[in-house]
Design a protein around this ligand. Structure first.
Ligand code: PMP
Length: 432
């Protein structure tokens, strides 16, 4: 069987907005200048005119190995020649789950899903059923997918500061959401006093505390080990479950997730994005103790496509690629630091208030702040309209960066790609 690498001739398609609301298929993909892409390879996207764009959006995170990494593509081709859905269990699914259990500190068992949003939904259902409690604590500005009721007080929503700073009612991100104040409460991330006070008042009602252990979705803030471990202690003392949403941090920071790096083990963790190398794959990893409701069959997970062989094959191949290179994460750190230094250099050269936070291979840029922010409240003061214009401007220079200035690096980006990005950001800066 041959797999042609030739680009297919561009189809004649109507304007995107005529058939897709806003011309895209996810609100997170919206840009005012639209480019339609035809082909992807390595660190690059190619548009309909075969122009090359160096890609730092990376599918909004998953493409840790770049586009169509050869080993993953080969594994996916092999698997689709062999098996599709079985309505049973496959050997590769079990092999993959066993590898994940070995790598992830909190994992006794794996529950496969197809997207991060679904996996978060499952994690919270398990936590509520296992503890017999309703209340979930989330943090301002942390994103856990677009499903009700957790799509609240996520990036883009201004906190209701008229409310107590200890714990606030959730603010829906969009109209049409169904959110109950007695099921979700919002706290400032990093403020251990606020969390302690909330536990003192409502500890016996809290089923779970969910967080992005590294808050990547708005800020790319570095977490403090003390805060993570104090939150762990509070959950343990109150019989609440700690849920780490590692959809972005998982496999980007290391094979054991942020939980391994910070040596703080949650009860349940959710993974997606990077492990699937661009194919639909997500999972919940949990300790046996926190799966009591699943083991007793009180909670059930569904999903026709769970553990789809394509995702599983991609996941196994991703692990293989990472494990084959002992310098994988050191090289990623090096190229990411280069990007950070380049942005800081042009900001200083042009004396503009462009600042950047970085943790590992994800960077978040800000405009109009004196220094890179350390929490969501500070980050909210960033001038997002200018950031948007800055990063829409780079598109004309062959660089693709999400308009909210969140930059992802991959293992295939080279220093020359980073230089192209820095030059493009500088040109866009001068045109602002
Ligand atoms: N959690 C986090 C931390 C995420 O960043 C995302 C996606 N950006 C999700 C959950 C939801 O994942 P998905 O888009 O696959 O549903």
């Amino acid at each position: 069987m041959t797999h042609s690498s030739e680009p297919s001739s561009p189809a004649i398609a109507p304007p995107p907005e005529s058939v897709l609301p806003h011309g895209v298929s996810s609100y997170a993909r919206h840009r005012s200048h639209q480019v339609t892409f035809e082909r992807t390879e390595g660190a690059y996207l190619f548009d309909a005119s075969n122009n090359r764009h160096v890609d730092f959006a990376l599918g909004l995170g998953p493409l840790l190995l770049g586009h169509r990494p050869p080993r993953v593509t080969e594994a996916v081709h092999q698997v689709i020649d062999q098996v599709d859905l079985t309505a049973g269990v496959t050997n590769i699914e079990v092999e993959f789950a066993a590898s994940l259990v070995d790598l992830i500190p909190c994992a006794d068992k794996i529950l496969f899903q197809s997207s991060g949003s679904e996996a978060v939904h499952l994690a919270l259902r398990i936590a509520r059923a296992t503890t017999g409690r309703k209340l979930v604590v989330k943090f301002e500005g942390h994103y856990h997918g677009w499903l009700d009721p957790i799509f609240a007080s996520a990036p883009g929503v201004l906190p209701d500061t008229s409310q107590s700073s200890t714990a606030r009612p959730p603010v829906p991100n969009v109209q049409g959401e169904k959110i109950r104040d007695d099921e979700l409460v919002v706290v400032d991330w990093g403020d251990i006093d606020a969390l302690q006070e909330l536990f003192a008042q409502h500890g016996d009602a809290i089923a779970a505390v969910i967080m992005e252990p590294v808050p990547y979705n708005f800020g790319a803030f570095a977490p403090s080990h003390e805060y993570l471990s104090a939150t762990r202690d509070l959950c343990t003392r109150n019989g609440s479950l700690l849920v780490f949403d590692e959809v972005v941090s998982g496999f980007r920071l290391g094979l054991g997730g942020a939980q391994h790096i910070f040596d703080v083990t949650p009860d349940i963790a959710v993974f997606g994005k990077a492990i699937g190398a661009g194919f639909p794959l997500a999972f919940v990893a949990a300790s046996d103790a926190s799966l009591a409701s699943v083991s007793s069959n009180v909670v059930r997970q569904g999903g026709t496509y769970n553990a789809h062989p394509i995702g599983v094959a991609a996941g196994l191949a991703t692990l293989e690629v990472i494990k084959a290179d002992p310098d994988f994460y050191a090289s990623l750190e090096h190229i990411s630091a280069l990007m950070q230094a380049g942005i800081e250099r042009i900001a200083a050269k042009h004396n503009v208030p462009l600042t950047v936070n970085r943790f590992g291979s994800v960077l978040q840029t800000f405009w109009g702040l004196e220094s890179p922010p350390q929490n969501y409240q500070e980050a909210l003061r960033s001038d997002t309209a200018t950031i948007q214009r800055l990063f829409e401007g780079v598109t004309a220079h062959g660089v693709y960066i999400p308009q909210r200035g969140l930059i992802y690096l991959s293992s295939v980006h080279q220093p020359t790609d980073v230089q192209v990005a820095i030059d493009a950001i500088e040109a866009s800066l001068q045109a602002l």
